[in-house]
Design a protein around this ligand. Structure first.
Ligand code: ADP
Ligand code: MG
Length: 485
């Protein structure tokens, strides 16, 4: 993956990527007020005097949000700073009533950590986390409600965010995608962010630079607020090529903030470094430094769920799965649990093939998820049992599965109803073989004179005669014997 170099006119280029992710903390109340945080509420119905920055209102830290940030830090294998500081980040915009955002700057609550990327083919690669800090979200300006006025919705103002900053460790759009997926998976396991990029509860700023392999880091551009994994990949590809073209034409990259145009698939300049904000950070005088009790951190550590990497390692060890399949299964807690119920007391690899293959395939095609799918773990397990006891061949099982998906009925009922049982009765198979050999006497002669390639043809003919129900192993064995004469 790290060899994902881009061919230019002057040779190969390497892209260097660092991501800043804003993740909304799962919490009923805001970071410094008791106002609610439900998504999609009527505008300005979830705004306290603190969020609206009425004079004299004082922020009070939400303990639960702090615990969520600590939990996330621990899930990212990161250092927890027992003392951190809230700063004011000053800027002026209509949706920021206070004229500053309360954030953390030089002393964030979480320091260095790491994330393991699961790459195609099953390899992993680790990416450094630089820091995680807590901050307030701003409100939302609505420019499309009136032709000549802008409306402001403050429901989001003051909602708790975690900004999670990565090291510039990624080298391809695929790695950036793998990073976002893994981060989202960890946040969901922890229950600290729902990871929903469409609703904006996870937003991503992408930093991109390019260089000749081995050269020092190039100047980066930051692409703001990209809101899906697919767009992140498109923005990176576009931006890296743009920079390469400039450099190959003898130009230089200006450090700037850019926007991604979803419709055009392009990035364009938003502001250059000369116009960069001077945020004039200073410690918020309304808030004491945040001191964490080590016992509280320990308690959270002890309460962490089994995280994707540990689960993956356990699936490889206990179920004998390969790294790729294990990685796919643990991506979401629900699919990992589903797999474990299917595999319980059954052949773990067959279970994994069915879950990651047909089952996930049908989920995707139908746009359903595990909770709403017509086939639950017990039913899929029942189907696998019918393969194990010889009632169904692999081929028939796929047919039965299709009926199960359509009707929601258990496998056994469908086998009964549709007469899809595999024929293991050697007498019946022999009869079919005899009939075929009689009809195709000339082909039998050809086969016997050395044209062994015809074997497959005979298998097909016998299968046809038994409506695909002949047990493949028994059929092969008997056919070989009979053809040998
Ligand atoms: P800023 O406040 O300007 O956004 P930060 O230090 O918060 O700066 O974030 C910088 C982000 O840019 C990090 O994710 C970091 O990994 C990334 N980054 C830094 N240097 C480069 C570079 N040369 N190329 C690509 N990404 C970079
Ligand atoms: Mg930044």
């Amino acid at each position: 993956m790290s060899e994902a170099l881009i061919e230019g006119r002057t040779g190969k280029w390497e892209m260097v990527l660092g991501l800043e992710v804003h993740a909304q903390i799962v919490s009923k109340a805001k970071l410094f007020s008791g106002a609610a945080t439900d998504f999609g509420a009527e505008p300005n119905t979830q705004v306290s005097f603190v969020d609206a920055a009425f004079p004299g209102m004082l922020p009070v830290i939400n303990r639960y949000c702090v615990e969520q940030a600590v939990k996330t830090g621990l899930g990212l294998m990161a250092a927890i700073n027992l003392r951190s500081v809230f700063d004011r980040k000053n800027y002026f915009y209509a949706d920021l009533p206070a004229g500053y955002q309360i954030s953390q700057y030089t002393r964030p609550i979480v320091g260095k950590g790491t994330i393991q990327l699961d790459l195609p083919g099953g390899e992993t690669r680790s990416v450094g986390i630089t820091r995680l800090h807590m901050e307030q979200d701003a409100g939302k300006s609505l420019h499309d409600q009136s032709p000549n006025e802008t409306y402001v919705d403050l429901n989001r103002a003051g909602v708790a965010l975690m900004e999670i900053v990565s090291e510039p460790d990624m080298r391809s759009a695929e790695e950036a995608a793998a990073y976002l997926r893994k981060l989202r998976s960890i946040l969901r396991y922890l229950g600290t962010c729902d990871g929903n990029m469409e609703e904006g509860s996870m937003r991503c700023d992408v930093n991109v630079s390019v260089r000749k392999p081995g050269a020092p880091l190039g100047t980066r551009c930051e692409i703001k607020n990209v809101n899906s994994v697919r767009f992140v990949m498109q923005a990176i590809e576009y931006e890296a090529r743009r920079q390469i073209e400039i450099l190959e034409d003898g130009g230089k990259i200006d450090q700037e903030t850019r926007l991604f145009d979803n419709a055009k698939g392009e990035t364009r300049s938003m502001r250059s470094k000369e116009h960069a904000h001077d945020y004039r950070y200073f410690p918020d005088p309304d808030l004491l430094p945040l001191e964490l009790d080590p016992a509280m951190v320990e308690k959270i550590k002890a309460s962490l769920p089994e995280l994707p990497d540990e689960k993956k390692a356990r699936f490889i060890k206990d179920y004998g799965l390969n790294a790729y399949d294990a990685g796919v299964l643990v991506g979401e807690q629900a699919s990992a649990n589903f797999y474990e119920s299917v595999a319980k007391g059954r052949d773990a690899k067959i279970a994994s093939n069915w879950v990651t293959g047909d089952y996930f395939g049908y989920l995707n095609k139908s746009g359903l998820d595990i909770a709403t799918a017509p086939v639950d773990a017990a039913k899929l397990g029942g189907l696998i049992d019918l393969i194990a006891d010889g009632t169904l061949s692999g081929r028939l099982a796929k047919e039965v599965f299709e009926h199960m998906w359509a009707s929601g009925k258990p496998a056994a009922a469908i086998v009964e109803e549709k007469g899809l049982k595999q024929v293991t009765d050697t007498g019946a198979i022999e009869q079919a073989i005899d009939a075929v050999m009689k009809e195709q006497a000339d082909k039998v002669a050809e086969y016997r004179s050395g044209k062994d390639k015809l074997f497959g043809y005979f298998v097909g003919q016998v299968m046809k005669r038994t409506q695909g129900k002949a047990n493949p192993a028994a059929l092969n064995e008997l056919l070989k014997k009979k053809l040998a004469g």
